[in-house]
Design a binder for this molecule. Structure first.
Ligand SMILES: Nc1ncnc2c1ncn2[C@@H]1O[C@H](COP(=O)(O)OP(=O)(O)OP(=O)(O)O)[C@@H](O)[C@H]1O
Length: 344
C-alpha cells in the first residue's frame, strides 16, 4: 500500500435495482487529502459517498481503505465518518452530549471520554458552547458540532455530503475556512460532495468532476479551472464560450469558422472564459443583447455570426450601450484546448 492509495474504489458499480447509477468507477485517494466530488444533480456523488460509508452495497467491485477490503463491512464497523447537510444532531442533548454520544456507544468512559469531547469541541472552536442545546446555536455552529461529533471518532476517512449548503453566504465562507483548517490540522482524509464549483475550487486539494455516473476529470483546482479537458468541465467551471473543432475550424451555429493562430493538433474543441475574449478589436462583430455589471467587471452578451458570445471587460472602462455593435476576437493562444467534446 502506498499513502497515495489510502482509499481505493476498484471497478465499483453501484445500482438501484436495474438502474446503474455508477458503472465501474476507479478512484484512488491519498492519505490526508481534502477531495471534492463535484458535479451536477444526479451525477452520482451521493451514491458514491453512500457506498463508501457502507449505506449501500455495491453490485460489483471493491472498496479498499488503508489496505483493508471494506466492501462488505457493515456501516458501523467501518472507520468512516459521515457529516450530513442536515446536521442530524439530537435536539434534546446539549453540545457536549451530542459530541460524546458516539464515543459512549463505543464504550469510552470517564476522563478519556471527557478529554476527547473537550478536545473535539476545541478543534471546532466551540469550547464555550458545551452546555447549549442545538436549537440555541446558529446553523454554522450546529455544523461544527456535527463535525466534532464525527472527528472524535477518529475516522480514517470523513465524508461530508453538501456540508455547507444549508448555510447562508457569510457562514458558508466562514465554514469553508473552518473545514479546511480542521482538515489540515488533523490530517484526516476528507471527501466532500458539492455541486458548487466555487466551493470545490476554494477548498479542495483535488477535485473529482463527475458526470452521469462516471469521472469526467480529476485534477487540482488549478487544473480544473485552467485546463478543463472536456466541453462539459469547461462549461461547468465557467468557460461560457465552448466550441467543437472540425478540421481545425470552429463549429458554430452558422457553419465552420477559421481562426488565426496555432490550434493544438489533438484539440477537439476550444473554450474561452468571458474574460479571455478580446473586446473592441478583432475579426468578428457582435451586437450587444445584454449587459450585466458585476462590481469589478462588466459582462456583455453578444449576438454574433458564431452564435451567442459572452465577453467581459473591466467595469472602469466606459460602458457600451445596449444594441451597439462591437468588434471582438477569440484568441487561440488564450483558449483552453479540449481533448473531448460531445457531452453538452
Ligand atoms: N433511491 C434511489 N432509487 C433509485 N434511483 C436513485 C436513488 N437515489 C439516486 N438514484 C439515481 O441515481 C443517480 C445518482 O444519484 P445521486 O443521488 O447519487 O446523485 P447526486 O450527484 O448526489 O445528485 P444531487 O446533487 O441531486 O444529490 C441518479 O440518476 C438518481 O436518479
Amino acid at each position: 500500500m502506498s499513502d497515495l492509495r489510502f482509499l481505493s474504489l476498484e471497478k465499483l458499480t453501484l445500482s438501484y435495482g436495474k438502474n446503474i447509477a455508477v458503472p465501474e468507477m476507479d478512484l484512488d485517494i491519498a492519505k490526508g487529502e481534502l477531495v471534492a466530488l463535484l458535479g451536477p444533480s444526479g451525477c452520482g456523488k451521493t451514491t458514491t459517498m453512500r457506498a463508501i460509508a457502507g449505506l449501500m452495497a455495491p453490485s460489483s467491485g471493491s472498496i479498499i481503505l488503508d489496505n483493508v477490503d471494506i466492501t462488505r463491512s457493515p456501516a458501523n464497523k467501518r472507520p468512516v465518518g459521515l457529516v450530513f447537510q442536515s446536521y442530524a444532531l439530537f435536539p434534546h442533548l446539549n453540545v457536549y452530549e451530542n459530541v460524546a454520544f458516539g464515543l459512549k456507544l463505543m464504550g469510552v468512559r470517564g476522563s478519556l471520554l471527557d478529554e476527547t469531547v473537550k478536545e473535539g469541541l476545541k478543534t471546532v472552536g466551540l469550547s464555550t458552547f458545551a452546555t447549549r442545546k442545538p436549537a440555541e446555536l446558529s446553523g454554522g455552529q450546529q455544523q461544527r458540532v456535527s463535525l466534532a461529533r464525527s472527528m472524535v471518532m477518529e475516522p480514517k476517512v470523513l465524508l461530508l455530503d453538501e456540508p455547507l449548503s444549508n448555510l447562508d453566504a457569510r457562514l458558508r465562507l466562514e465554514m469553508r475556512n473552518e473545514l479546511q483548517r480542521v482538515q489540515k490540522e488533523s490530517g484526516v482524509t476528507m471527501i466532500f460532495v458539492t455541486h458548487d464549483q466555487v466551493e470545490a475550487l476554494a477548498m479542495a486539494d483535488r477535485i473529482i468532476v463527475m458526470l452521469d455516473g462516471h469521472i469526467e476529470q480529476i485534477g487540482t483546482p488549478e487544473d480544473i479551472y485552467n485546463r478543463p479537458i472536456s466541453d462539459f468541465v469547461a462549461d461547468f467551471v465557467g468557460f461560457e464560450n465552448v466550441f467543437s473543432l472540425n478540421d481545425g475550424k470552429l463549429k458554430t451555429a452558422n457553419g465552420m469558422v477559421a481562426l488565426s493562430g496555432d490550434i493544438p493538433a489533438d484539440a477537439k474543441g476550444l473554450a474561452w472564459r468571458p474574460a479571455m475574449v478580446t473586446l473592441g478589436d478583432g475579426p468578428f462583430e457582435g451586437t450587444i443583447r445584454g449587459t450585466s455589471f458585476a462590481g469589478g467587471t462588466r459582462e456583455y452578451l453578444l449576438e454574433t455570426s458564431l452564435g451567442q458570445i459572452k465577453a467581459e471587460c473591466d467595469a472602469s472602462l466606459p460602458a457600451h450601450a445596449f444594441g451597439a455593435t462591437l468588434k471582438f476576437d477569440l484568441p487561440v493562444a488564450r483558449a483552453a484546448s479540449l481533448s473531448r467534446v460531445g457531452s453538452l
